[in-house]
Design a protein around this ligand. Structure first.
Ligand SMILES: [Zn+2]
Length: 288
C-alpha cells in the first residue's frame, strides 16, 4: 500500500490520503485508504472520492485436468479473496461519508506468481504427485527442455503470460506491463460490478475472468511507473488521457519478455527461441 500511495501522489491528478484505524487512532472499520481524483483536465472536471481497500488473501491453485486426447495438464491460477463481512463494514463507512464508492485494490506481482507456482510444481514433483510428475516429464520431452525445473518454470511463465495478456487486452492496456495495482470498483449502478465472483463469505477476483478488468477504474503500472484512468468510467465525454496508439505485435519479438526471437536448431528439432534464454524460456514450434 505504501508503494501504491507513493506512486499515486507523484501524479498531479491524484490526491491520495492514507486513512486507517492505525493512522487516525480510531476503531472504525474504515477503508485502508482514501483517494480523490481531482480535475481531470484543467481542474474543470468533477472531483471523485473513493475509499480504497487492499485487504485480501491470495490463493494459488494448481488446477489439474485431463484433455480430450487423454493428456494430463496443469493450469496455474491465482485468486484474490476479499472477506465479504469486512467489505460490507467498509462500504457502510463509504456511504455514510458521501464517497463515490469503494475500490478494491489488487496487486499483480509477476515474480511472486512465477516463483510461487514454480515451487509448488517442484514440491509436488519431489513428493511423488503422479499427475505433476507426468505433466513435467512430458513437457520436458515435448518442449526439448533439459530438466523438469525448466518445465516447471515454463508452466509458471506460460500461465502468467496467458492470464495477464487476456486481461490487458480486455482492459485495452496492451502496451502496459499488467503488473502493479488494479483498482476495481465494488459497485456499478448500485450492483456489484460485473466480473466479481461472490459467495456467502467472499468476494473473489479470478484473473481468468477478464470481464472485471474491462471495468477497472485506475491502473498503476509499477514497472513503468505510469497511471492509467479508465476514460469510460471517469470521463463523460470530450477528451481522454488515452493514447490510442497500439504497438504492433512483431513476429520476431518474444511475447513474454520483449527479447528477440531466433531460430534454434538442435539434434531434437527446430524452434523459435528467445534470445534471453535461459532467463526466458519462451519457445514457439513451427508448424510442419
Ligand atoms: Zn523472452
Amino acid at each position: 500500500m505504501d508503494e501504491l500511495f507513493k506512486t499515486l501522489t507523484s501524479n498531479m491528478h491524484f490526491n491520495a490520503t492514507e486513512l486507517s484505524g492505525k493512522t487516525w487512532n480510531q476503531n472504525w472499520k474504515v477503508p485502508e485508504g482514501l483517494i480523490s481524483i481531482i480535475g481531470l483536465k484543467n481542474g474543470k472536471r468533477p472531483v471523485f472520492y473513493y475509499g480504497l481497500t487492499k485487504n485480501y488473501e491470495e490463493d494459488y491453485e494448481l488446477k489439474k485436468g485431463v484433455s480430450d486426447n487423454n493428456n494430463k495438464f496443469i493450469n496455474a491460477r491465482l485468486y484474490f479473496k476479499f472477506n465479504r463481512a469486512d467489505i460490507i463494514e467498509k462500504e457502510k463507512y463509504v456511504v455514510a461519508n458521501g464517497f463515490n464508492g469503494l475500490l478494491l485494490c489488487i496487486n499483480i506481482d509477476k515474480e511472486k506468481f512465477i516463483n510461487t507456482f514454480e515451487k509448488m510444481l517442484l514440491d509436488g514433483y519431489k513428493n511423488g504427485d503422479e499427475h505433476i510428475i507426468d505433466v513435467l516429464e512430458r513437457m520436458k520431452e515435448r518442449n526439448m527442455f533439459n530438466s523438469v525445473e525448466e518445465s516447471a518454470r515454463y508452466i509458471a511463465n506460460r500461465d502468467y503470460n496467458w492470464l495477464i495478456g487476456r486481461l490487458k487486452y480486455k482492459a485495452g492496456l496492451f502496451n502496459y506491463s499488467g503488473q502493479g495495482y488494479w483498482l476495481l470498483p465494488l459497485k456499478t449502478k448500485m450492483e456489484i460490478t460485473k466480473g466479481f465472483e461472490v459467495n456467502n463469505k467472499e468476494l473473489i477476483v479470478d484473473l481468468e475472468n477478464t470481464e472485471l478488468f474491462k471495468n477497472y477504474l485506475i491502473y498503476v503500472d509499477i514497472k513503468n511507473n505510469v497511471i492509467r484512468y479508465n476514460k469510460n468510467r471517469l470521463c463523460k465525454s470530450g477528451f481522454s488521457f488515452v493514447d490510442e496508439v497500439r504497438k504492433q505485435m512483431h513476429d520476431d519479438i518474444c511475447p513474454w519478455c520483449g527479447g528477440k526471437l531466433r531460430l534454434v536448431k538442435t539434434k531434437r528439432g527446430e524452434f523459435l527461441g528467445c534470445s534471453n534464454y535461459p532467463g526466458c524460456l519462451y519457445r514457439r514450434f513451427l508448424k510442419k
